[in-house]
Write a protein that binds this ligand. Structure first.
Ligand SMILES: Cc1cc2nc3c(=O)[nH]c(=O)nc-3n(C[C@H](O)[C@H](O)[C@H](O)COP(=O)(O)O)c2cc1C
Length: 175
């Protein structure tokens, strides 16, 4: 139930149910779910509708292990059923924003099927170039994020700020 309207809002339920999942069951993620996640990325907003992305899908165990060894903060990629690699055109002014929008669409689409995932940093990371080369992606693109995914084996619930700590109405006032 939505706290504000008293009605069930499926989109909000999916958003509220999402957590970063870093431990996965040894079960494949169905093809139609992977394709739905890609379709969600395709529909993401982009500055001037440039759609500057290229998204890799990795399921090969050896390649997942290589990604896990490259990404120092994403070693758990090796245990994922699938890993999406979101690339964006590096000469595009809004490459970070556009790639981030696609990343979140993928994460939330996966969540809508009960598939857990985790945003693993790509942009600004020293391994971004190695990942691009591993996946044979043209030089004009840069890695924005890696999204390992799978059915959750463990869910951790991090603490979040309270709502009234993060917003203001109309004009900010010091307490
Ligand atoms: C831009 C960005 C980069 C992130 N990079 C990593 C990462 O490299 N490794 C990781 O385990 N989690 C990474 N995360 C996930 C965050 O750690 C996670 O979202 C945060 O701890 C809050 O937890 P929650 O997603 O469960 O709400 C990243 C998230 C964002 C938005």
């Amino acid at each position: 139930m939505s706290e504000h309207t008293g009605t069930i809002n499926l989109g909000l339920t999916i958003i509220k149910g999402r957590r970063s999942i870093r431990k996965y069951r040894d079960t494949p993620v169905e093809e139609h779910i992977i394709m739905s996640a890609l379709e969600a990325a395709r529909l993401a907003p982009t500055a001037r509708n440039v759609q500057p992305w290229l998204i890799g899908v990795v399921r090969d165990k050896e390649r997942l292990a290589k990604l896990g060894s490259m990404a120092d903060t994403g070693s758990f990629i090796k245990d994922a059923a699938v890993c999406f690699a979101v690339f964006t055109k590096k000469d595009h002014k809004y490459y970070i924003e556009d790639g981030s929008a696609a990343t979140m669409q993928i994460i939330l689409a996966l969540q809508s099927f009960g598939v857990g995932s985790c945003w693993v940093a790509g942009d600004k990371k020293p391994y971004a170039e190695d990942v691009r080369k591993l996946l044979n992606v043209p030089e004009s693109y840069t890695l924005l994020s890696l999204i390992p995914a799978g059915y959750p084996a463990e869910v951790t619930v991090p603490s979040k700020k309270e709502l009234d700590e993060i917003y203001f109405m109309e004009e900010y006032k010091e307490e």
